[in-house]
Design a protein around this ligand. Structure first.
Ligand SMILES: Nc1ncnc2c1ncn2[C@@H]1O[C@H](COP(=O)(O)OP(=O)(O)OP(=O)(O)O)[C@@H](O)[C@H]1O
Ligand SMILES: [Mg+2]
Length: 338
């Protein structure tokens, strides 16, 4: 069903769109495939994602945003444009086009922001507004952010983790860390290469993380069979990988993540820190779904920790809910545009 007003989370791993009154209407990998010589677009989203690491020499399947930054602005705009057009109705241009609330990774600079919002006008938007990601994520996670109580949110995406302490609708402390889903995948690739002389691809590493990975050792050991290239013989090889191995592989990035969260708690004013100790830390983002992560945070920092419902949707949900309940949440939009 075509949507009128939409909330958009432009992430480094996926783009999620929430239609006002409809809920999440699009969720696609933030990947675009182009012909290397002509620069023509061959596929966007799901289809392009299947090409990652599998493309012939003349095709590039890439992520236009990486590690929380824009790596190709033109492709970022093309990708966003395609997704927005997919869910909005061109005939609604008669009514001036959709109103869009958009949330971007922290590393996007002012010039890029202007170009990206410009692309939304090209896609037919009547009005665009930017919402800070932690604020959108907190609204989407159902936190009461308008009060003087401190809430801590840790949003673990694909390319970046955003850690924020929010009170009275504003980020009081906000830090980013490059330790997120992609770094977990890289750590798994390195570990398996070092331990088993087996080279696996990024999608296989991600499968291992999602299916058998966990932040603490599981009570029951799981395993998964993966195919990689034996670095000694150069030939493909199938190997059984155990869940405890993935936990071990993830220890380094997880330690860094705990340090980053600890650092933010240290910078938090005492009254707000005491609220966080009372209410706990809320985990959002797709990477927050790593098994036993709340338990690992609890163990390492001695603070309660919860995973939000549908954690990879909270940012888009927060943007969309702001459109739905403008009187309640509209005040939390910082950067107004047109
Ligand atoms: N069950 C799971 N366990 C562990 N990680 C998961 C799980 N499901 C998804 N992920 C990871 O979540 C990450 C994507 O999360 P998300 O869609 O929130 O990212 P994003 O918002 O696009 O990225 P960013 O916020 O960095 O811009 C990927 O690294 C993916 O592997
Ligand atoms: Mg995200």
């Amino acid at each position: 069903m075509p949507q009128l007003d939409i909330g958009v989370d432009l992430g480094t791993a996926s783009v999620v769109i929430y239609g006002k009154g409809s809920g999440v209407v699009l969720e696609e990998p933030a990947v675009i495939a182009i012909d290397r010589s002509s620069r023509n677009i061959l596929a966007v989203g799901e289809e392009a994602h299947r090409m990652l690491g599998r493309t012939p020499g003349n095709i590039d399947a890439l992520r236009p945003l990486q590690k929380g930054y824009v790596s190709d602005l033109n492709l970022t705009c093309l990708m966003l444009n395609t997704f927005v057009k997919k869910v909005t109705n061109r005939r609604l241009k008669l009514f001036g086009g959709p109103r869009i609330i958009l949330s971007l990774p922290a590393g996007v600079n002012e010039v890029e922001k202007r170009t990206i919002t410009g692309a939304l006008f090209e896609a037919g938007a009547r009005r665009t507004q930017l919402m800070e990601r932690p604020i959108a994520s907190a609204i989407g996670a159902g936190l009461k952010i308008g009060t003087a109580i401190g809430n801590m949110l840790v949003d673990i995406g694909g390319g970046v983790t955003e850690i924020a302490v929010i009170s009275m609708g504003r980020c009081i402390v906000r830090e980013t860390s490059s330790v997120a889903g992609d770094e977990f995948d890289d750590a798994i690739i390195k570990y398996i290469r070092r331990k088993h002389n087996l080279l696996i691809g990024g999608l296989t590493a991600e499968d291992l993380k999602i299916n058998i990975g966990s932040a603490l050792e599981r009570s029951e050991q799981l395993y998964m069979e993966v195919t990689g290239r034996n670095l000694i013989s150069g030939l493909p090889k199938v190997m059984r990988i155990y869940s405890d191995e993935i936990t071990e592989a993830l220890q380094d990035p997880l330690d860094k993540l705990m340090e980053a969260v600890h650092g933010v708690l240290e910078q938090t004013p005492a009254e707000l820190a005491s609220d966080i100790f009372d209410n706990g830390i809320v985990l959002t983002g797709g990477g927050g779904q790593l098994a036993l992560l709340p338990e690992a945070i609890r163990k390492s920092l001695d603070v309660e920790c919860y995973l939000a419902d549908n954690p990879h949707e909270t940012v888009a949900r927060g943007c969309g809910m702001t459109l739905e309940h403008w009187n309640e949440f509209g005040q939390f939009i910082g950067n107004r545009r047109r």
